[in-house]
Design a protein around this ligand. Sequence first.
Ligand SMILES: Nc1ncnc2c1ncn2[C@@H]1O[C@H](COP(=O)(O)OP(=O)(O)OP(=O)(O)O)[C@@H](O)[C@H]1O
Length: 223
Amino acid sequence: MSTLIETERLTRILPETVPVTLVKDISLRIDENEFVAITGPSGSGKSSLLYLLGLLDRPTSGRLAVTGHDSGPMDEKERARTRLEMMGFVFQFHFLLPEFTARENVEIPMRKLGRLARAEMRKHAGDLLGSLGLGEYLDRRPDQLSGGQRQRVAVARALANDPPLILADEPTGSLDSKSSEQVFEILQNLVRERGKAVVAVTHDLDIAARMQRRIHIVDGKIA
Ligand SMILES: Nc1ncnc2c1ncn2[C@@H]1O[C@H](COP(=O)(O)OP(=O)(O)OP(=O)(O)O)[C@@H](O)[C@H]1O
């Protein structure tokens, strides 16, 4: 089992007049094909930790390596490239581009990576959406989809470049219970059937209990 992310005493402090510690001394490892919950009280630093793991924020101190490559010396371009190749993101709110169709939204990460020809991107986006039960909705814009459908488009977008790791911040947080269960099962299947690693922030302990491992954060630290 190879390691996707390893951190050593990861710390993030905001340089305010009174400094705010978001994350303190977090050492952890995320391996391939793991299904990990990040739990903890509101304001404990779960999202801040996820942003650090996803190279969306930089630590104040400590080390974070992605597949053995230290992220410390990476410039913005390398960080962006690593994100595109290694990670897919799903947030509580879908952040789909409103003027684009479902399929076009899923094509965006592929365009950024630039590995596929246009027709291939289009086909791959359609296939991914189809595999998530959205084959009939390829040409709908986000405002023509339900909340659960939009979140599934966001999952398809996260999978667009076939990254080994999906990072999700309260992915079911804004959904009704039926859509929430559907999205949870999709994430579970990514681990079981597609060999992905999924790390999801959740305040829902029932959901966390159904994942393989739980990282519990209190006051920015692993409890
Ligand atoms: N830019 C900022 N300036 C000041 N404080 C911040 C900033 N960003 C986050 N915080 C504070 O840092 C703490 C950690 O925030 P974070 O969003 O990581 O927590 P969380 O566990 O994800 O919370 P929730 O479950 O409520 O989403 C919180 O107390 C938050 O208010």
